[in-house]
Design a protein around this ligand. Structure first.
Ligand SMILES: C[S@@+](CC[C@H](N)C(=O)[O-])C[C@H]1O[C@@H](n2cnc3c(N)ncnc32)[C@H](O)[C@@H]1O
Ligand code: SF4
Length: 366
């Protein structure tokens, strides 16, 4: 079964830490132009098989409003079809969510809501330039529950300049009190060229501390596990059965179509990606041309390296059968350094190993 990612490149305003492909709504492509582009892009795809998972990401997909999102879902349903019990996620910013919007999302076929809560500390939200209060995020979880959502995820960020371990603990406890099925905890990446990076460079904000970030990760793992959310990928915890099936598809190198500006697709051993600029993407499609900016054929080495990189991040681990003889010979060193454990068929990161996952992958590849 194939997955589908739909990129929505609009935000009401930009957060100072984010370098995702998104622009302030009203400054370029319109939502109607985006919908027309999506329709044209879907029509270019053949053959079309039923979708097992769909993920509307952004940007801020919920800014589009119920009718446009329902039209987009109708297109996918008509042109591809949805598998029974498909998982259909939409990312939402708390300040864009209303009770009528939640009802229209459910009616349109969305089954999973991923809310960008980030922090329960107003000072951290201010450093991140977020447009919502902590209370708006927790209100959204309750409203989504009342509307009928049974699969809700919260995105949290740790490591913002000035954040303390106590503040992060309060964020985790506030998120857990809302009882979501899934929580993602991302370490803040200071992306070069962002307003946040400039403020740090000018000395207006402290540089995030890696040791504190490691303590924050371990605290998250303790509190989330105690609350019966198990880690299943480095940055993701879920109650049993609520792991994000769409993202598991990426991590297991499954096939997916990507639609929208900058979206990537992966089918078999081919990968391709669209023009990043929303205007360029839309103009190509208006002219009946392909919006693809580049493509590559994955050779055996690339497939092997990606599989190591992605599957080692999972709690299910990396199949030992995937390893080359040279990589297998390196395993005992990781095991004696308590970074990896092995069971009958897989190598799995320990908690210490999870803190050093990138290095473990690099060293394992040799
Ligand atoms: C790109 S956003 C899209 C969803 C939505 N607009 C939001 O802000 O929640 C997806 C997730 O990526 C996170 N993100 C964006 N930039 C990041 C960065 N520099 N470091 C860590 N996480 C980041 C956001 O905080 C959010 O939780
Ligand atoms: S973090 Fe989310 S809301 Fe903020 S600019 Fe990025 S995509 Fe938009």
């Amino acid at each position: 079964m194939v997955g589908c990612y739909v990129h929505v490149p609009f935000c009401a305003r930009r957060c100072g830490y984010c370098d995702f492909n998104t622009a302030v709504l009203g400054t370029g492509l319109t939502p109607d132009g985006w919908l027309a582009g999506l329709r044209a892009e879907i029509e270019l795809v053949a053959p079309r098989e039923r979708l097992g998972t769909v993920f509307f990401g952004g940007g801020t997909p919920t800014l589009l409003g119920g009718p446009i999102l329902a039209d987009a879902m109708d297109m996918l349903r008509t042109e591809f079809g949805l598998a029974s019990a498909s998982e259909v996620t939409i990312e939402a910013n708390p300040e864009t969510v209303t009770e009528p919007l939640l009802d229209s999302l459910l009616a349109a076929g969305f089954t999973r809501l991923s809310l960008g809560m980030q922090s329960a500390d107003p000072a951290v939200l201010a450093v991140l330039d977020r447009a919502h209060t902590p209370g708006q995020a927790t209100w959204c979880v309750g409203a989504a529950r009342r509307a009928g959502f049974t699969n809700i995820s919260l995105d949290l960020i740790y490591g913002a300049p000035g954040e303390t371990l106590a503040s992060w603990q309060h964020t985790l406890e506030t998120a857990l009190a809302a009882a979501p099925e899934h929580i993602s905890c991302y370490a803040l990446i200071v992306e070069p060229g962002t307003p946040l990076a400039r403020r740090i460079d000018r000395g207006e904000l402290p540089t995030p501390d890696d040791d504190l970030a490691a303590d924050q990760y371990l605290l998250a793992d303790d509190l989330l596990t105690e609350a019966d959310l198990d880690w299943y990928e480095l940055s993701n915890w879920a109650t049993p059965g609520h792991e994000c099936r769409h993202n598991l598809g990426y991590w297991h190198s499954a096939d997916w179509h990507g639609f929208g500006p900058g979206a990537h697709s992966h089918i078999g051993s081919q990968r391709w990606w669209n023009h990043r600029s929303p205007r360029r993407w839309a103009t190509a499609l208006q002219r009946g041309e392909s919006p693809v900016a580049g493509r590559e054929l994955l050779d055996d080495t690339m497939i092997h390296e990606e599989r190591l990189l992605l599957e080692l991040r999972l709690a299910t681990g990396l199949a030992l059968a995937e390893l080359s003889p040279a990589e297998r010979e390196r395993l005992p060193t990781f095991i004696s350094n308590a970074l990896l454990v092995t069971n009958t068929h897989h190598a799995v990161l320990t908690r210490q190993g999870r803190l050093l996952a990138d290095k473990v992958v690099r060293d394992l590849l040799g």
